[in-house]
Design a protein around this ligand. Structure first.
Ligand SMILES: [Zn+2]
Length: 155
Protein backbone atom coordinates (compact mmCIF):
# COMPACT_ATOMS: atom_id res chain seq x y z
CA UNK A 1 0.00 0.00 0.00
CA UNK A 2 1.41 3.36 -1.04
CA UNK A 3 2.10 5.71 1.84
CA UNK A 4 -0.17 8.79 1.65
CA UNK A 5 2.64 11.00 2.97
CA UNK A 6 5.71 10.02 0.98
CA UNK A 7 4.26 7.66 -1.64
CA UNK A 8 6.78 4.95 -0.93
CA UNK A 9 5.41 1.47 -1.32
CA UNK A 10 6.99 -0.13 1.71
CA UNK A 11 4.89 -0.43 4.82
CA UNK A 12 4.37 -2.87 7.66
CA UNK A 13 1.00 -3.75 9.12
CA UNK A 14 1.24 -3.16 12.86
CA UNK A 15 -2.27 -4.04 13.86
CA UNK A 16 -5.34 -5.61 12.21
CA UNK A 17 -8.72 -5.70 13.82
CA UNK A 18 -12.27 -6.45 12.87
CA UNK A 19 -14.49 -3.39 13.14
CA UNK A 20 -17.98 -2.23 12.21
CA UNK A 21 -19.53 -5.35 13.62
CA UNK A 22 -17.51 -7.67 11.39
CA UNK A 23 -18.07 -5.72 8.20
CA UNK A 24 -14.61 -4.27 7.91
CA UNK A 25 -11.01 -4.87 8.85
CA UNK A 26 -9.00 -1.95 10.01
CA UNK A 27 -5.23 -2.06 9.57
CA UNK A 28 -2.76 0.25 11.20
CA UNK A 29 0.23 0.58 8.93
CA UNK A 30 3.68 1.91 9.47
CA UNK A 31 5.58 3.44 6.57
CA UNK A 32 9.16 2.23 6.54
CA UNK A 33 10.10 5.16 4.32
CA UNK A 34 8.96 8.20 6.31
CA UNK A 35 8.14 6.35 9.55
CA UNK A 36 4.62 7.72 9.71
CA UNK A 37 1.46 5.77 10.42
CA UNK A 38 -1.69 5.48 8.38
CA UNK A 39 -4.84 3.39 8.45
CA UNK A 40 -6.63 1.34 5.82
CA UNK A 41 -10.03 -0.35 5.85
CA UNK A 42 -10.98 -3.48 4.00
CA UNK A 43 -14.64 -4.03 3.12
CA UNK A 44 -16.66 -6.23 0.83
CA UNK A 45 -17.28 -4.43 -2.43
CA UNK A 46 -20.88 -3.32 -2.91
CA UNK A 47 -23.00 -5.23 -5.39
CA UNK A 48 -22.69 -4.31 -9.03
CA UNK A 49 -25.26 -1.65 -9.87
CA UNK A 50 -27.44 -1.82 -12.92
CA UNK A 51 -28.33 1.57 -14.36
CA UNK A 52 -31.69 1.50 -16.04
CA UNK A 53 -32.64 3.67 -18.97
CA UNK A 54 -34.58 6.02 -16.73
CA UNK A 55 -31.44 6.49 -14.62
CA UNK A 56 -32.57 4.38 -11.66
CA UNK A 57 -30.09 2.01 -10.07
CA UNK A 58 -30.68 -1.45 -8.74
CA UNK A 59 -28.57 -4.39 -7.58
CA UNK A 60 -27.40 -6.66 -10.35
CA UNK A 61 -29.42 -9.87 -10.40
CA UNK A 62 -28.71 -13.06 -12.28
CA UNK A 63 -32.25 -14.26 -11.54
CA UNK A 64 -33.59 -11.40 -13.64
CA UNK A 65 -31.42 -12.38 -16.58
CA UNK A 66 -32.58 -15.96 -16.17
CA UNK A 67 -36.22 -14.88 -16.29
CA UNK A 68 -35.63 -12.79 -19.39
CA UNK A 69 -33.89 -15.64 -21.15
CA UNK A 70 -36.61 -18.07 -20.11
CA UNK A 71 -39.27 -15.76 -21.55
CA UNK A 72 -37.39 -15.49 -24.84
CA UNK A 73 -36.98 -19.27 -24.97
CA UNK A 74 -40.66 -19.91 -24.23
CA UNK A 75 -41.75 -23.10 -26.00
CA UNK A 76 -38.39 -23.51 -27.63
CA UNK A 77 -36.31 -26.65 -27.24
CA UNK A 78 -34.13 -25.08 -24.62
CA UNK A 79 -33.84 -26.72 -21.22
CA UNK A 80 -33.92 -24.99 -17.86
CA UNK A 81 -30.32 -26.16 -17.40
CA UNK A 82 -29.28 -24.49 -20.64
CA UNK A 83 -30.90 -21.25 -19.55
CA UNK A 84 -29.25 -21.43 -16.15
CA UNK A 85 -25.88 -22.13 -17.73
CA UNK A 86 -26.31 -19.26 -20.13
CA UNK A 87 -27.31 -16.89 -17.33
CA UNK A 88 -24.26 -18.00 -15.33
CA UNK A 89 -22.00 -17.35 -18.33
CA UNK A 90 -23.51 -13.94 -18.88
CA UNK A 91 -23.15 -13.12 -15.20
CA UNK A 92 -19.50 -14.23 -15.17
CA UNK A 93 -18.81 -12.09 -18.21
CA UNK A 94 -20.50 -9.06 -16.66
CA UNK A 95 -18.72 -9.42 -13.32
CA UNK A 96 -15.39 -9.76 -15.15
CA UNK A 97 -16.00 -6.74 -17.34
CA UNK A 98 -17.79 -4.24 -15.12
CA UNK A 99 -16.57 -3.24 -11.73
CA UNK A 100 -19.17 -0.94 -10.20
CA UNK A 101 -21.96 -0.38 -12.68
CA UNK A 102 -23.38 -1.66 -15.92
CA UNK A 103 -26.29 -0.32 -17.95
CA UNK A 104 -29.38 -2.45 -18.53
CA UNK A 105 -28.74 -1.87 -22.23
CA UNK A 106 -25.31 -3.51 -22.02
CA UNK A 107 -26.85 -6.46 -20.21
CA UNK A 108 -29.54 -6.75 -22.86
CA UNK A 109 -27.00 -6.65 -25.67
CA UNK A 110 -24.97 -9.33 -23.99
CA UNK A 111 -28.04 -11.53 -23.54
CA UNK A 112 -28.76 -11.16 -27.26
CA UNK A 113 -25.21 -12.06 -28.17
CA UNK A 114 -25.33 -15.23 -26.09
CA UNK A 115 -28.85 -16.14 -27.17
CA UNK A 116 -27.91 -15.89 -30.81
CA UNK A 117 -25.58 -18.86 -30.32
CA UNK A 118 -28.20 -20.89 -28.56
CA UNK A 119 -31.45 -20.41 -30.43
CA UNK A 120 -32.22 -18.16 -33.38
CA UNK A 121 -35.90 -17.76 -32.63
CA UNK A 122 -35.29 -16.90 -29.00
CA UNK A 123 -32.68 -14.42 -30.16
CA UNK A 124 -35.04 -12.67 -32.55
CA UNK A 125 -37.77 -12.52 -29.90
CA UNK A 126 -35.42 -11.12 -27.38
CA UNK A 127 -33.93 -8.63 -29.82
CA UNK A 128 -37.24 -7.39 -31.17
CA UNK A 129 -38.97 -7.03 -27.85
CA UNK A 130 -36.20 -6.24 -25.41
CA UNK A 131 -34.99 -3.06 -27.06
CA UNK A 132 -38.25 -1.32 -26.29
CA UNK A 133 -38.02 -1.91 -22.57
CA UNK A 134 -35.89 -0.38 -19.93
CA UNK A 135 -35.54 -3.50 -17.92
CA UNK A 136 -35.65 -7.25 -18.20
CA UNK A 137 -38.52 -7.48 -15.73
CA UNK A 138 -40.62 -5.13 -17.86
CA UNK A 139 -39.67 -7.22 -20.83
CA UNK A 140 -40.79 -10.45 -19.18
CA UNK A 141 -44.10 -8.97 -18.17
CA UNK A 142 -44.75 -7.59 -21.62
CA UNK A 143 -43.70 -10.72 -23.42
CA UNK A 144 -45.78 -13.14 -21.36
CA UNK A 145 -49.21 -12.29 -22.85
CA UNK A 146 -47.75 -12.02 -26.34
CA UNK A 147 -46.37 -15.52 -26.06
CA UNK A 148 -49.54 -16.89 -24.55
CA UNK A 149 -51.47 -15.41 -27.43
CA UNK A 150 -49.29 -17.17 -29.94
CA UNK A 151 -51.28 -20.28 -30.84
CA UNK A 152 -48.56 -22.44 -32.35
CA UNK A 153 -44.89 -22.50 -33.07
CA UNK A 154 -43.49 -19.08 -33.71
CA UNK A 155 -41.01 -20.30 -36.29
ZN1 LIG B 1 5.78 7.30 4.04
Amino acid sequence: MKCPFCSSDNDSVRDSRIVEDGKAIRRRRFCNGCKRRFTTYERVEGLLQVIKRGGDHEDFSRAKIERGLAAACWKRKVSVEQIQTLAAEIEAHILDTYEKEVTSEEIGNLCMEFLRELDQVAFVRFASVYRRFSDIQDFVEELRPILKGTPRRVD
